[in-house]
Design a protein around this ligand. Structure first.
Ligand SMILES: [Zn+2]
Length: 399
């Protein structure tokens, strides 16, 4: 009997050590991430160019706002085609028509480097919200949102990225899609919005028809990056929880290494946002949403108000977003003589590494289990010792 008891004790002690140490080691493992170091290359994205693209979209508002089913929406799609054809007259594109409650909508997709079978999607929505449902002035709530940040900023970054990446297209080892979604921003909130409309109608419709836009027997998707509200002053991105964590984490690290530590903080605010990347996540494409805290944010209180206009757009914020994405593409796909960049590719890992609440929970959980097990063991030991003493006294008494 004795040897079994001894090995049982050793087993329990080892188990306790494992439990307690894992309480501290697991969070460290989650934080670890991979060895990411930006490759040294001159970035070509210019914030001033992107700012002009925001301005040009806002100009469309003078005749019609960029709302689904309107002339403004059509003009905006045409504006993208014009801008891409200025990069090269034969920039290939596809118009994806769909309807939402019989309103005609249209996603616009541009393709670069179609000879490569691995596809990186860069996406953003281009519709502006039909009603400023969060405007502090009640009478403004039926007016349209200018959508300088919420809509135009992401599109502006995509246009400037297309120009920058086109210059190095020959050295890139991937196909890139520049994808502009219609009908993202018309969802019903506070009993307002467009009745019967949901958020992200355009991206869901696109994903439902995705087989029409690529050859699934030859081509496949590496990842999808979504840009939403990326041009405001006081830019600071959040840890969006639908996003594939290893992908979002890599973008944050790339941004920080470029010196953008305020915009990509080490301890970002965490939140789950329903946005255009979710449809892509749902079909297994690693996706990340670069988005700000757009609610209860004194730094940018203009979400879904008539104040989301050009006066709160910063060319620096546009540049920070654009250059981070540009660097991401070069890190992973630029075949310079030797590119030994080690990122998180293929971005399958999805642990919310930046979610401090989860880490704190894990530490407390394992610590409680560890400490209570130790207490139980201690009580048992004292009890067994007492019992031993008692039986010894009894044995003494019998003599
Ligand atoms: Zn919006």
């Amino acid at each position: 009997m004795e040897p079994i008891k001894k090995s049982y004790k050793i087993f329990v002690i080892i188990l306790l050590i494992v439990i307690i140490s894992s309480g501290f080691l697991l969070p460290l493992l989650l934080i670890k991430g991979t060895n990411i170091e930006n490759i040294d290359i001159q970035l070509k994205f210019e914030g001033d160019n992107a700012y002009i693209h925001v301005e040009e979209q806002i100009l469309i508002n003078q005749t019609h706002f960029r709302i689904p089913g309107t002339q403004g929406r059509e003009q905006c799609a045409q504006y993208f085609i014009t801008k891409f054809q200025q990069i090269t007259t034969n920039f290939s594109y596809i118009l994806h028509n769909f309807t939402v409650h019989s309103i005609e909508c249209q996603n616009v997709l541009f393709k670069l480097n179609e000879n490569f079978s691995n596809i990186v999607i860069l996406g953003t929505h281009y519709d502006s919200r039909a009603r400023a449902t969060k405007d502090p002035i009640i009478t403004n709530r039926t007016k349209p949102v200018p959508g300088a940040n919420d809509g135009a900023s992401g599109c502006a970054v995509l246009i400037e990225l297309a120009r920058a990446l086109y210059e190095r297209r020959i050295n890139l080892s991937c196909q890139i899609w520049f994808l502009f979604f219609d009908a993202e921003d018309q969802g019903y909130d506070y009993a307002a919005g467009i009745e019967g409309w949901d958020w992200c109608e355009g991206s869901r419709s696109f994903v439902n028809n995705i087989n029409n836009f690529y050859n699934s027997s030859k081509e496949y998707f590496d990842c999808m990056l979504l840009l939403d509200m990326v041009g405001s002053e006081n830019l600071q991105f959040i840890n969006e929880q639908h996003s594939t964590s290893s992908l979002l984490e890599e973008l944050f690290e790339i941004g920080r290494q470029l010196g953008y530590t305020t915009q990509f903080p080490t301890d970002p605010y965490s939140a789950t946002i329903t946005d255009d990347h979710v449809a892509f996540i749902n079909i297994g494409i690693p996706s990340a949403d670069l988005i700000i805290k757009f609610w209860d944010n004194p730094e940018w209180p203009y979400h879904h108000t008539t104040q989301d206009d050009l006066s709160h757009i910063s060319n620096m914020s546009l540049e920070i977003t654009g250059r981070t994405v540009e660097q991401f593409v070069y890190n992973n796909y630029l075949g310079i003589p030797s590119n030994d960049y080690q990122g998180n590719y293929p971005w399958k890992q999805d642990i919310n590494v930046l979610d401090t609440e989860l880490l704190i929970f894990l530490i407390i959980f394992f610590a409680i289990i560890g400490v209570s097990s130790l207490v139980i063991l201690l009580i048992r030991r004292i009890y067994v010792k007492k019992k031993d003493n008692n039986s010894r006294i009894k044995i003494k008494n019998t003599f």
